[in-house]
Write a protein that binds this ligand. Sequence first.
Ligand SMILES: CC(=O)SCCNC(=O)CCNC(=O)[C@H](O)C(C)(C)COP(=O)(O)OP(=O)(O)OC[C@H]1O[C@@H](n2cnc3c(N)ncnc32)[C@H](O)[C@@H]1OP(=O)(O)O
Ligand SMILES: CC(C)C(=O)C(=O)O
Length: 573
Amino acid sequence: MVGMCCNSNITRKYKPFPPVNLPNRQWPSKTLNKCPRWLSTDLRDGNQSLPDPMTVEEKKEYFNKLVQIGYKEIEVAFPSASQVDFDFTRFAVETAPEDVSIQVLAPCRPELITRTVESLKDAKRATVHLYIATSELFRDVVFGVSQEEVLEKAVECTKLVRSLTKDDPNQQGTYWAYEFSPETFSDTDLDYAVRVCEAVKEAWGPSEENPIIFNLPATVEMAMPNVYADQIEYFCTHISEREKICISLHPHNDRGSAIAAAELAQLAGADRVEGCLFGNGERTGNVDLVTLGLNLYTQGIDPKIDFSDLASIIDIVERCNKIPIHPRAPYGGSLVVCAFSGSHQDAIKKGFQKQNKNGEWRIPYLPLDPADVGRTYEAVIRVNSQSGKGGAAWIILRSLELDLPRGLQVAFSKVVQSRAEILGRELKSQELVDLFETEYYLSDDIKSSNVEYFNLIDYTITNPTKDTRKFSGIISFKENNIELEGTGNGPISSFCNAIKNKFGITLEVANYHEHSIGKGSNTKAATYIQVNYTDDEKITRWGVGIHEDVSQASIQSLLSVLNNLYEQKVIKI
Ligand SMILES: CC(=O)SCCNC(=O)CCNC(=O)[C@H](O)C(C)(C)COP(=O)(O)OP(=O)(O)OC[C@H]1O[C@@H](n2cnc3c(N)ncnc32)[C@H](O)[C@@H]1OP(=O)(O)O
Ligand SMILES: CC(C)C(=O)C(=O)O
């Protein structure tokens, strides 16, 4: 029966990866303080792994985006694989800016190496990248050769590359760099890996000015990220002429820890990281360059890649790879800046209100300012049945500039909760705004309708005595205009008195808040009034009013309450 092995079979079938003997490891006490050299292999390792490889036009668009956002080392193809790859390499060579190095990959096969170097003719800056697997598994299973034969092949091919590039008098117009990958490094005996690279280094002849790139791939991630860090530190501390070497990482994500492996291995001494945007690549992908870059950014370290328009990067990556980015992918996922749950929304809303003035980003639950990657705050808080008062209040604040008092937030959150439960889904921002305007009779169609709603037609406030105000006005209701008069100590109390005089309804104001919205000539007053009404029982309602004149806004908020009491059949007219 095919299925999960039982315990004894597991231990027979899968062996734990052996630890590295590095008792004096230094990397755990190190910290990252600068970004590495980046290499994008989206167009090679990423593209070779796609069910539907990119078209030439998609590759060109992708390449131009990589250049635009700042990658200075781009592995563009495996030129000996096909004419399409060869031709695209030529496009990249001919269009790359002077400071961008075009990298191409070839196996240690002389006939393919010659073709590969041809693809780079007249490049300003070019990196020839050779690889050969060095692990016992690959040597036995794939090649059937000894350690010495692999080492000799690597040296032979390095000498060939050298003869065709930096030693060729006809190739002096190109700044040649050389990269060698002991493929399956992370599954290779470390002393053997060092020995192979020592021989390759001898064959290439690097300098401090133009170091050889030793790319040490976790071709298949087979151990915890700390093991990869140990392997890198071991290599860094055992290879000679370290100053003539650029140690490069190429983690894959088979165990889901490529990011951790890449970050710990940088602590261990690596200078460079190869990966793909949003982690495309073979199987579970290469390490995600976006996450690595923005992880540095949120630690105050400049990644030297421009992620400020992340949406445009996401668009190209999804369109060209034809693979969607997971909604919860770090930084780029569609849900990663969204808070649905009430306590998160409450904390975020308070964070924005208390955002400190010295520019430091301190918003609960948000490690990155969405605006830094071109995202709006509107998406930060979304409302469903898990949301609390803060979420809806945030959206009303952002959409209508209305800063609801706490009591009204609580009252409206009940309206939202009921609506979200009926719909069984998230309420979109506009739906929430419509719900608010309907609930508090703010929408234009309600204000223009004089059928089932109380609307203010005209009024004056006079002061018959120093401390007394008199409301005289007309409201419409059911196509009738009704004249009202009342007195009090201000507009609100005189209007409440007018309502009592006309309808016998006593509105007792329990709470009042106001603030301005808009700017300059568009400034208006927003007023919020909590009213208690007692009939058989004591009922409390909130009303909202918005108008250029604060007194009129207050009167409208009282009419908002009256409309609610009428519509809820609490009062009869
Ligand atoms: C870890 C990586 O992602 S490495 C990059 C892998 N990417 C690709 O392979 C994409 C492009 N490759 C191709 O299009 C093809 O492999 C080609 C055209 C380059 C070569 O095709 P083929 O000649 O048919 O070889 P094939 O693809 O079967 O590769 C296997 C052969 O290469 C040999 N080989 C594999 N890797 C290497 C290497 N790094 N150095 C030398 N030989 C190698 C194998 O031993 C095998 O040889 P054999 O056929 O004599 O047993
Ligand atoms: C060619 C090498 C660097 C590679 O892609 C890998 O080992 O994953």
